[in-house]
Design a protein around this ligand. Sequence first.
Ligand code: ADP
Length: 301
Amino acid sequence: LLALTGLLGAWLANRLTAPLREIGLTARAVASGDLARRAPVTGHDEVGQLGQALNEVATRLGDDITRLQRLERVRSEFLGNVSHELRTPLAAIQGFIETLLDGAIDDPKVNRDFLARAFKQTGRLNALLTDLIEISRIESGELRLSPRYFDLTALVRTITDELRPLAEGRRVSLVVEPGPTVEALGDRDRLRQVLTNLVENAIKYNRDPGEVRLTTVQTPAGPEVRVADTGIGIAADELPRVFERFYRVDRSRSREVGGTGLGLAIVKHLVEAHGGTLIVESKPGVSSTFGFRLPAARLTA
Ligand code: ADP
């Protein structure tokens, strides 16, 4: 009887310690970085629950690490893009100055031209730095909106008046569709920035001669602005990507028209910060329509 009790005791002890041993081994493996390792879970007793909890921790840890790795990849890709974008105009400026110093300064046929080109590149650097500061301010959560009721139709008119000289220079006519006044609730200055960006793009990526048509409507879902152009359009597979930082469909055209590749990324942030939705449609070679819809303002009595 004594021997039998001893054997039973040993069997029971083993039955209890074997899963615990497995859990211990798994915990050690996970701790040393093997996040794919899982403890075999048998039963719903305390030991089973312990195994399950350990497995959940390993899964969550794995997910967190994947997310951090993705963020790190995006961050270093962004830094790579930033340095490339800054280096290009800087290298051009350096090149022009070097050529001038090497003797071109005495050649009246080229010296003004070289200086003008270098000056243009400083403008590009400036625009890039302004957009970079803006995007980092937005992405670090520093952006504070000051929403108020304002006349969206009047804002559209102000922006078209401001951008008319740019449009005329490119033989693009700006047309504001007539319609009833549309009120909106939002940060007027930020939405002005959004609209300026969209109208500038509609002018820059248009034809010669071309047209930009602006429509403002109060839909049941909220106020909406659309900026439709008669431009080069964007292919369907590129359409969702144009809101990514530094993504350009045609890099040389963007550079030629003074683009930074950050405008639409800023637009997206600002519209989403308002709880709004972006509108984007395009027929390649025919037209593009960019716009946004703000949430319907809840009028308080
Ligand atoms: P960029 O400073 O290069 O204009 P954006 O972020 O404003 O950068 O736009 C990203 C890209 O999307 C542009 O380089 C251009 O290729 C494309 N794009 C933007 N707006 C239009 C438009 N209205 N028509 C055609 N292409 C456009």
